[in-house]
Design a protein around this ligand. Structure first.
Ligand SMILES: NC(=O)C1=CN([C@@H]2O[C@H](COP(=O)(O)OP(=O)(O)OC[C@H]3O[C@@H](n4cnc5c(N)ncnc54)[C@H](OP(=O)(O)O)[C@@H]3O)[C@@H](O)[C@H]2O)[C@@H](O)CC1
Ligand SMILES: Nc1ncnc2c1ncn2[C@@H]1O[C@H](COP(=O)(O)OP(=O)(O)O)[C@@H](O)[C@H]1O
Ligand SMILES: [K+]
Length: 495
């Protein structure tokens, strides 16, 4: 799914209106989509307190108020009565609302005396039209609303957030439990500093002009199920183990054998034809007994001190590797002699960061840093938006794929495209989850998935398996190994 800027959404809106539907009917459609969702998800609510601004986001709120009232809910509307300069469509909806006797229209300043019992607050103050800092009056209102302990829904965007950039630190932002957004994810939903205000995100389809959406240029995308279905390749019947590639997972050191073990198991569970673990001898027995399907190649006693070059294999290097001097030398020797794309993770990245010898990374390789590893490789940035910009620069300069791990992991391509993942959960915030991703990516690339597609499929699959593990064991209790055991269920649901 494409992600558009506020400006592009406005143009998409206009293209939709030029192609038939009037702007007031588009607003009605948007309001109806919200009300349909609210009716299903807030059946028990008694009263909706709807805060409306003067633009089209406020217009949506006024239309939602009328439609909820017609469905039998109690509704109170809050506006700025002293300064009513509604946009044209908001004005029409305000007039329609005033015809209904049963809806109280209050001033923002009446918020302190609201009856909260079984109430739901709806924020329709500002949407993608926010283009400057909020005034103190709005900031105060938002701070008051944030403190009222009732469920909160934002229409399109939590008020105070921009669609596609980060806020000043001191700005007030409405803290939603749910954001009902129209047609597209907004970039601000996907970054840690801003996304935390959105709660659960529901993207409501309001049929915006599909030709415009197909043609509009953007660098930013969300990885969704329909994209994955296009990437997924079912296995051929007439095949053998050689048809599904050779994955070699390199890593492990004394005390950290589990890391490379989990990568190995993930590669197998993702379909790798032949799977090898290249690790120090101290891991041999553990690996052979825990993962009998994998073949062991001993390189060193307690840590990796050599890397064997094999033809026609895809290497995933780093989990549990450690940074011993001999390991560093082994990695550099290997990178100097082997130029095919590979996956580099964890200590393989830390070793490269310390030497700053990043040009040794073969073209089209995949690196999988978490934010701290990214900083060690490429330096500090002010915030996560700047981090993505720097990642775009580096992916292009080094001609590599950067899988920047986070709550919403981003895949950044050498062509500077950015794909955000929306599967996964905080149950994955445990040592070992990243090792699993390395195994998945190595396996997909060894099975000849195009590298960009392997990255998109891999991060999605990893998160999806994590979601299934959380559903069964809880976010607290699920383990990276539970996630590995759910990979199969994700494939079953794909085929
Ligand atoms: N295609 C879609 O997705 C559809 C979208 N729809 C809805 O339209 C919404 C966008 O509406 P919108 O363009 O009228 O902007 P909105 O957010 O209501 O702001 C209003 C105006 O406030 C102003 N302003 C800005 N910052 C300010 C500030 N800090 N303090 C004070 N004022 C400030 C600024 O005007 P300015 O003062 O710059 O002239 C701005 O234009 C969208 O989020 C969705 O809910 C649906 O109805 C139909 C389909
Ligand atoms: N809160 C979260 N929500 C979604 N995914 C998460 C969250 N925390 C961690 N993850 C995922 O788990 C993995 C953690 O990787 P990493 O930090 O390298 O762990 P390790 O190296 O210890 O295995 C990444 O793929 C990341 O996207
Ligand atoms: K809003």
């Amino acid at each position: 799914m494409k992600i558009l800027t506020a400006d592009q959404i406005k143009k998409c809106d206009s293209a939709t209106i030029e192609n038939g539907i009037s702007s007031i009917n588009l607003m009605e459609k948007a309001a109806n989509a919200c009300v349909d969702w609210i009716q299903v998800n807030f059946k028990q609510a008694k009263r909706f307190l709807i805060f409306c601004g003067q633009g089209n986001n406020g217009g949506d709120g006024l239309a939602i108020a009328r439609l909820l009232y017609e469905k039998g809910f109690d509704v109170e509307v809050f506006i700025e009565k002293n300064q009513m300069k509604f946009s044209a469509d908001a004005e029409i909806n305000f007039k329609r609302l005033k015809l209904i006797k049963g809806i109280d229209i209050n001033n923002f300043s009446d918020v302190l005396i609201v009856n909260n019992e079984k109430s739901v607050i709806v924020d329709a103050l500002f949407g993608y039209g926010l283009n400057r800092e909020l005034s103190n009056d709005f900031k105060n209102l938002i701070e008051k609303l944030n403190q009222i302990p009732v469920p909160k829904i934002s229409i399109d965007i939590p008020t105070g957030l921009y669609a596609d950039k980060i806020n000043e630190e001191e700005s007030a932002i409405f803290k939603a439990d749910f954001t009902l957004t129209f047609q597209f994810y907004k970039r601000s939903f996907l970054h840690p500093e801003t996304g935390k205000f959105c709660g659960k995100i529901e993207v409501l389809d309001i049929d915006l002009n599909s030709k415009f959406i197909d043609e509009v240029k953007t660098d930013y995308f969300v990885i969704d199920g329909s994209l994955i279905r296009k990437i997924y390749k079912p296995r051929e019947d007439f095949s053998n183990k050689g048809s599904f590639g050779k994955s070699i997972l390199i890593g492990g050191s004394y005390g950290k054998i589990g890391a490379v073990l989990m990568s190995t198991l993930s590669a197998l569970r993702t379909g790798s034809g032949l799977t090898f673990t290249m690790a120090p001898e101290c891991g041999n027995l553990i690996l052979q007994s825990q993962v009998p399907e994998a073949m062991f190649i001993g390189v060193g006693e307690k840590y990796v001190d050599d890397i064997e070059v094999q033809e026609k294999a895809v290497y995933g290097i780093g989990p549990g590797l450690g940074k011993e001097k001999q390991t560093q030398k082994a990695l550099f020797d290997f990178l100097k002699s082997y130029q095919n794309p590979m996956i580099l993770d964890a200590d393989a990245l830390n070793i490269l960061a310390e030497s700053q010898n990043l040009n040794l990374i073969p073209k089209n390789s995949v690196i999988t840093p978490h934010p701290l590893e990214f900083e060690r490789l490429f330096g500090k940035t002010q915030n996560s938006f700047d981090r993505i910009e720097l990642a775009k620069e580096k992916a292009e300069e080094l001609q590599i794929f950067i899988v920047l791990k986070d709550h919403h992991t981003a895949v950044i391509t050498p062509e500077r495209k950015v794909y955000y993942n929306i599967t996964g959960n905080s149950g994955m915030a445990k040592g070992g989850s990243g090792d699993v991703l390395t195994g998945i990516l190595t396996s997909l690339i060894s099975q000849k998935y195009d590298i960009e597609k392997a990255c998109l499929f891999g991060v999605w699959l990893h998160g999806k398996a994590g979601d299934l593990a959380a559903a069964e064991f809880s976010e607290e209790s699920m383990l990276p190994t539970d996630l590995i055991n759910k990979i199969g269920e994700v494939f079953q649901n794909l085929s």
